[in-house]
Design a protein around this ligand. Structure first.
Ligand SMILES: [Zn+2]
Length: 75
């Protein structure tokens, strides 16, 4: 059996715990940013009538539901 001192065990345990927390934090942050970018891509701002609306299609030009003019995506 491998014998290690108690302070070394505590240090290793703490380092592994903090590494796990860091990995979970970065993972959730990455997921949150992806969802934010996906939501931002569906928002469209009409330059003619200044209305904001959402569109989930993949088309580059989207017809405004208020005035009917064609608009580009914000991002
Ligand atoms: Zn419009």
């Amino acid at each position: 059996m491998i014998s290690i001192s108690f302070p070394l065990f505590v240090a290793i345990y703490l380092a592994l715990f903090l590494a796990g927390v860091l990995i979970l934090w970065l993972g959730y942050e990455w997921i949150r940013r992806r969802q934010e970018n996906r939501a931002a891509r569906t928002r469209v701002f009409c330059r003619i009538c200044a209305s904001r609306y959402t569109d989930t299609s993949s088309a580059d030009l989207i017809d405004c539901p208020v005035c009917g003019s064609r608009n580009e995506r914000l991002s």
